[in-house]
Design a protein around this ligand. Structure first.
Ligand SMILES: [Zn+2]
Ligand SMILES: [Zn+2]
Length: 88
């Protein structure tokens, strides 16, 4: 089940989340402030790109998951999640 997540500063509708949502930093289009969703280690953030068209969408922590973002370029709704790390 997903619900909408709104910007805590200006109220802009940002993206959909489920109950495991974490690890995403998204810059609000309206107020231009960076909204952090359950991000603990800010220094570890990396860019997340649309898996369909390659558009840069938001920043993610290594444990990111549970966030659904509509790509502004290809208009598909994609799940934002960290790439699975290979364990040696
Ligand atoms: Zn905002
Ligand atoms: Zn896209």
């Amino acid at each position: 089940m997903t619900s909408w997540f709104y910007c805590p500063y200006c109220g802009q509708k940002l993206f959909k989340v489920n109950d495991t949502a974490r690890g995403v930093a998204y810059k609000c289009k309206r107020c231009k402030r960076e909204v952090l969703l359950n991000v603990s280690a800010e220094g570890l953030l990396d860019w997340f790109f649309c898996p369909i068209c390659g558009q840069k969408l938001c920043k993610i922590a290594p444990n990111a998951k549970g966030v659904y973002l509509k790509c502004k370029k290809c208009r598909n709704e994609v799940e934002v999640k960290a790439p699975v790390e290979k364990t040696a």
